[in-house]
Design a protein around this ligand. Structure first.
Ligand code: 5GP
Length: 173
């Protein structure tokens, strides 16, 4: 596997993350906001986002598996690490790296909604809209991808590699 091209540079990413954080800060002004980072892919995105958000918020982490070590969705999710904070009465914002078929975020949202938060929304760094298999709309989107390709970098891996890249890149065999 080789990195073939930079899709979004670290400068473009920083600008967009700042914009998203501004919108989120305005939308949740005066509310109790809890960011729920989906591990591992969203850890860099969340770390950048939270430092640009200008209202107080708390964080927690969840780990789900839907993809194995390859590139094909297994069609189900398993919560491998649950969040540790009660969500009842809180405004939950799930932070995820990529929405692809929509399955993972749809199922995760349903699971968290069962715990009766005040509100639950989803913020994704990348939206692969063209790949959607079920109806799912994220509330906040960093970038919408329009072309085929497997992306890595900015916390996003392929077989645990490439997370360290500061840019978002497309890889090819
Ligand atoms: P979904 O359930 O929406 O099909 O799957 C979303 C998950 O698929 C993402 O969180 C991510 O882990 C994985 N995924 C989808 N497309 C890509 C991609 O281009 N690169 C990487 N590394 N993961 C992807």
């Amino acid at each position: 596997m080789d990195v073939v091209k930079v899709l979004y540079s670290k400068e473009e990413i920083a600008e967009r993350v700042g914009e998203l954080a501004g919108i989120i800060s305005r939308d949740y002004q005066g509310k109790e906001l809890m960011l729920v980072c989906v591990l591992k892919g969203a850890f860099v995105f969340m770390a950048d986002l939270i430092r640009c958000i200008s209202i107080p918020c708390t964080v927690d982490f969840v780990r789900v598996s839907s993809y194995g070590s390859g590139k094909v969705s297994s069609g189900e999710i398993i919560i491998k690490k649950d969040i540790e904070t009660p969500v009842k009465g809180k405004n939950i914002l799930i932070i995820e790296d990529i929405v692809d078929t929509g399955l993972t975020l749809s199922l995760l949202s349903d699971r968290l909604k069962e715990r009766k938060p005040d509100s639950l929304k989803v913020c994704v760094f990348l939206d692969k809209k063209y790949r959607r298999e079920i109806e799912f709309e994220a509330d906040y989107v960093g970038f919408t991808l329009t072309e085929e390709g497997f992306v890595v970098g900015y916390g996003i891996d392929f077989n645990e590699k490439w997370r360290f890249l500061p840019d978002v890149c497309v890889i090819e065999e």
